[in-house]
Design a protein around this ligand. Structure first.
Ligand code: SF4
Length: 214
């Protein structure tokens, strides 16, 4: 069933793993099954100049310079149906060599941040998949951390215009990643327990600046 709930795992464990992925310390470990929504949703895939393995496995004519990025950064586009040109009926044709963007993508970041992609027609497949994930909250801290990520997303969205342009997210994906990056500003540790905090815009901007989200 397309609306069947999917187990996203305990929220706290997901958050730790996702912070490592965003920091470039590990790939995402997403139980995708047969889903290829993120490869079929009109997404540009960024590839950095250091990603020699991926670049060697993607035909050069499919790549073009990434706008507003230094020379050497390229994008892999999509076809008229929104599909990545490396996608085949049985999945990614270069899976073992796929770009870093693909290795770190995790659509659970949207329910983590409380973001629904329903308004973006191109992202309908991802939106449907993202809505099915259900995080577990085995203890109060898990629930408090989930509240903090959602609070961070709401705050960053509300104060987007007050943030420096180089850290202000401009897409739902950037907003969701920014919420993970900034969530620590929205919690305090009180006698070992996680409790809510209310940062100002400057503190959030500094947190986002420590880890650019694009
Ligand atoms: S390179 Fe592979 S994993 Fe990445 S978007 Fe294309 S088909 Fe999907």
């Amino acid at each position: 069933m397309d609306d069947e709930r999917l187990d996203a795992g305990p929220f706290g464990a997901w958050l730790v793993a996702t912070e490592r992925s965003i920091a470039g310390e590990a790939d995402s470990d997403v139980p995708c099954g047969s889903c290829t929504a993120c490869c079929s949703s009109s997404q540009f895939v960024h590839i950095g100049p250091d990603e020699h393995d991926a670049l060697e496995h993607i035909p050069a004519p499919l790549l073009f310079p990434a706008p507003r990025m230094p020379a050497g950064h390229v994008l892999l586009g999509y076809d008229a149906h929104g599909r990545c040109p490396m996608l085949r009926d049985d999945g990614c044709s270069i899976y073992a060599h796929r770009p870093r963007t693909c290795r770190t993508y995790d659509c659970r970041v949207f329910p983590a941040a409380g973001i629904d992609l329903g308004g973006d027609a191109d992202k309908g497949l991802i939106a449907a998949r993202a809505r099915r994930w259900e995080f577990g909250h085995p203890d109060a801290d898990d629930a408090a951390l989930h509240d903090a990520v959602r609070a961070a997303a709401a705050f960053v969205s509300e104060h987007q215009a007050e943030l420096p342009p180089d850290v202000a997210p401009t897409t739902p994906t950037q907003l969701a990643v920014a919420a993970v990056v900034a969530h620590r500003e929205f919690v305090e540790r009180d006698a070992g327990r996680v409790t809510p905090a209310r940062p100002d815009v400057r503190a959030v901007a500094v947190a986002l600046g420590r880890r650019r989200v694009r």
